[in-house]
Ligand binder design. Structure first.
Ligand code: FES
Ligand code: FES
Length: 163
């Protein structure tokens, strides 16, 4: 192993991976540059925008604020792992298409991770709960309403009140 690097063994989207990484390498750079999983976006790179969100052992985290060496023995799910297979869309991803919940798409991977986590915890969220769940993810394009609509579409709660 090259000097200064540390070996890690982790699972990414269900696949066991072994790598040696520099201690300063962030998870978002590890995913994008080492594994080619460019669905996870690097935006602010200091924990504010949510574009880099992934699931770590099932819970959402900001991949720009975690070092890859911290992940030894852990399991990561990126936006690429939310669907059941390559070339397929999850119900939520399909709903984003149906309701036009993206424009430039930069925030979309993080939004999908946040909304996926919400639906896993709460299969029929209210509009207020949806808005709270995406409150830590910034979108400069959509005005958020279509993203809220996408979660309602995916969960079959379109006709329910805004409260
Ligand atoms: S890139 Fe990680 S929170 Fe913005
Ligand atoms: S779709 Fe452009 S930032 Fe959200």
């Amino acid at each position: 192993m090259p000097p200064g690097r540390i070996a890690i063994l982790l699972t990414v989207n269900g696949v066991a991976i072994t790598r040696s990484v520099e201690p300063r390498l962030t998870l978002v750079d590890f995913l994008r540059d080492e594994l080619g999983l460019t669905g996870t976006h690097a935006g602010c790179e200091h924990g504010v925008c949510g574009a880099c969100s992934v699931l770590l052992d099932g819970d959402p985290v900001r991949a720009c604020c975690i070092f890859a060496v911290q992940l030894d023995g852990m399991s990561v799910t990126t936006v690429e792992g939310l669907a059941s297979g390559p070339g397929q869309l999850s119900k939520l991803q399909d709903a984003f298409c149906e309701t036009h919940a993206l424009q430039c798409g930069f925030c979309t991977p993080g939004m999908l991770v946040a909304c996926h986590d919400l639906i896993r915890r709460n299969p029929t969220p209210s509009e207020a709960e949806i808005r709270r769940a995406i409150g830590g993810n910034l979108c400069r394009c959509t005005g958020y309403q279509q993203i809220v609509d996408a979660v309602k579409y995916a969960t079959g709660t379109q006709g329910e009140s805004r409260e």
